[in-house]
Design a protein around this ligand. Structure first.
Ligand SMILES: NC(=O)C1=CN([C@@H]2O[C@H](COP(=O)(O)OP(=O)(O)OC[C@H]3O[C@@H](n4cnc5c(N)ncnc54)[C@H](OP(=O)(O)O)[C@@H]3O)[C@@H](O)[C@H]2O)C=CC1
Length: 603
């Protein structure tokens, strides 16, 4: 059956064919061990997680001082929290990070070809405040990392920052009305407030491939690129790979960026693929400040708000970014009026039609760009658009027309079968490689205060993890919790989300800094009442039930490797635009709900 294009949504018969194909492709990949197929690098493969950029951490005396705010995490979440706190006049802000500098994901991910696939003019935060205007529509990783450093410098965050340091526990000191912050460098200092900005995808993971420890060639993870071995830089020029047989496991958003660079420099490249990515058009281009309207004050805030509105399905007068993210979102809006049930707009059917049309366009692109038919077939993604992180590249697909690149499809063996001293085995065939790169992503939920890696003990010795196990997640707006005064969390839990996550983080940072400023002004603690938490949980319990959608998706970290997502009050049920409006109103009208007088204990 011919596949319909974007402007031609599928008929019910075509939809039925696609659903069946998606089901069978999913079955090829689901594994009984689910998330347990992976090994976090932290324990047995520690050398995979070592920091190749910082060198030896400098010796320093453990700290025993007092700060106003400890911010855990030096990625954009922590940097933005620091910047917004400084704007509120908070003096002593200490950002702590495991890495050797600010940057978070952009500190760690320096692999060749690293870019952001969200437009730089909406992704890079604080452009209005710093005056920086990116030159390219999609910034290279190093430019983003330098922007993180620029913000940290502008807002004087280096003065008290601690790098190559992991926070190991947080304990509320009732007498001091402060948090005791302990680290793996022997620090034990007090902080009046703690803001956690630990991110979600920070711990590299490896597949538990049988024989992985037997491999004797060179190997590393993309988030710890070994330029000492490969030579070159994120721009390429990896002379160390000349004439070498290189393998790469993984074809997610990272693989799609790194594979064209490896193909350029390796003697021969073997790409071990389990699930093909949906690779959409990227359209990299130079953008003048005039083109993005950077001659007007507030241009960047306006642009990112416009992007958020379109991606959230909210009305917008115009599409300023006009890329494939906004095109996919706009297609749904375009199709919605044609789908009605009982006189009402039928969102779900329109959503599926838009999804199928987008994916058909993506599959048609594979057939147009890859000449060998069998290779093209293996590169076609058969799942719904939102099942996996969409990717964007104009270089990736043509790589498979090169004679020195081999695509090895591992779907039928549920991934790479095993490894030997010399290389990788798939379908009984051994592929000998001199170097094997793992582009296999990151463990979800293994760091931060809900993971066990960073124990938090609140008032009356109550442990956050015990509370979580006993009562489920309880917060006000995702930020604060009863029994854990002056602890402000940034992240997705009971909060809003969207594809441009730095925008979400900035709104969170503004809110966190406002809470601190209000508590300082009132001489109070930031701590919601149990009743305020109950009311927020009720709001979050209105989350549309997407369990069926994720349960039907091809496996990946979005759906716990095929097991679906847990239901429950885990997120704000409406758009991020609505959430930001709600927070603004709440700050103006009822912020005192989250404050309580000092020295009053929760009994
Ligand atoms: N903004 C940006 O430009 C970028 C953002 N990112 C972010 O980082 C996230 C993580 O991306 P990424 O690092 O690519 O990690 P992912 O988790 O998305 O991808 C891991 C890859 O490894 C494959 N894999 C895992 N185990 C095996 C195995 N045993 N055999 C064969 N293949 C295997 C997976 O296959 P399978 O799919 O079958 O599980 C998948 O292709 C993205 O989703 C995105 O949010 C990353 C890069 C750029």
């Amino acid at each position: 059956m011919p596949l319909p294009q974007c402007d031609n949504p599928p008929t019910p018969q075509e939809t039925a064919v696609l659903r069946e194909r998606y089901r069978t492709e999913r079955e090829r990949r689901v594994r009984p061990d689910g998330p347990r197929q992976y090994r976090p690098t932290a324990a047995e493969f520690g050398y995979f997680a070592a920091d190749p950029y910082a060198g030896e951490a400098p010796e320093r005396e453990p700290l025993r001082d007092v700060v106003d705010v400890a911010v855990i995490g030096g990625g954009f979440g922590g940097i933005l929290a620091g910047a917004r706190l400084r704007e509120q006049g908070v003096a002593k802000v200490r950002v702590i990070d495991k890495g050797g500098d600010f940057g978070g994901t952009w500190y760690w991910n320096r692999y060749p070809g690293v870019h952001c696939d969200i437009e730089s003019h909406v992704y890079l935060p604080l452009l209005d405040e710093t005056g920086f205007v990116p030159e390219w529509k999609y910034s290279p990783g190093e430019e983003i990392r330098r922007h993180a450093v620029r913000i940290a410098e502008q807002f004087s965050l280096y003065e008290h920052a601690l790098f190559s340091t992991a926070v190991t526990s947080l304990t509320w000191d009732e007498a001091a009305q402060q948090w005791l912050v302990a680290t793996d460098r022997g620090d034990a200092f007090l902080a009046t407030y703690v803001i956690t900005a630990t991110g979600t995808l920070s711990e590299p993971k490896l597949p538990g491939i049988p024989g992985i420890e037997d491999y004797r060639g060179h190997t590393f993870h993309t988030s710890r690129w070994d330029y000492a071995y490969t030579g070159g830089s994120p721009e390429g020029g990896m002379t160390g790979l000349a004439g070498k047989r290189v393998g790469v496991v993984g074809t997610g958003a990272t693989g799609v960026q790194v594979i064209p660079m490896l193909a350029e420099d390796a003697g021969h490249l073997y790409v071990f693929q389990r699930t093909p990515s949906a690779v959409d058009v990227r359209g990299q281009q130079r953008m003048t400040p005039r083109q993005v309207g950077a001659d007007r004050p507030g241009w960047a805030a306006e642009r990112r708000e416009n992007f958020l509105r379109i991606c959230s399905g909210e009305p917008a007068d115009q599409d300023l970014v006009a890329d494939r993210w906004t095109a996919s979102a706009a297609l749904l809006e375009k199709l919605l009026p044609s789908f009605r049930r009982d006189g009402e707009p039928d969102f779900e059917t329109a959503y599926e039609a838009a999804d199928h049309a987008t994916m058909n366009t993506i599959r048609t692109r594979v057939a147009a760009e890859v000449t060998d038919r069998a290779t093209a077939e293996a590169l076609k993604p058969w799942y719904r658009y939102a099942c996996k992180r969409p990717t964007f590249s104009d270089k990736y697909l043509p790589v498979f027309n090169r004679p020195d690149v081999t695509l090895v499809d591992t779907a039928d063996t549920h991934g790479v079968e095993r490894m030997t001293e010399r290389g990788v085995v798939v379908g009984g065939v051994e592929y000998e490689v001199d170097c094997l790169v793992f582009a296999t992503g990151f463990s979800v939920g293994v760091s931060g205060i809900t993971s066990g890696q960073l124990p938090v003990t609140g008032r009356d010795g109550v442990r956050l993890l015990d509370e979580l196990a006993r009562r489920g997640p309880r917060t006000l707006h995702g930020f604060t919790g009863n029994g854990f005064p002056n602890l402000i969390r940034m992240g997705a839990l009971q909060n809003a989300s969207s594809v441009n996550y730095t925008h979400i983080l900035d709104e969170q940072a503004v809110h966190a800094a406002a809470l601190v400023a209000a508590a300082e002004a009132e001489g109070a603690l930031v701590e919601p009442t149990p009743e305020a938490e109950d009311a927020w949980i009720e709001v979050c319990a209105g989350v549309p039930d997407h369990a069926w959608f994720h349960a039907e998706c091809t496996p990946g970290y979005y759906n716990r490797e095929g097991r679906g997502r847990p239901n429950g009050p885990t997120a704000y049920p409406h758009s991020a635009v609505a959430f930001h409006e709600l927070l603004r109103r709440w700050r103006a009208e009822s912020m005192e709900e989250a404050l309580r007088p000092k020295a009053v204990t929760a009994d």
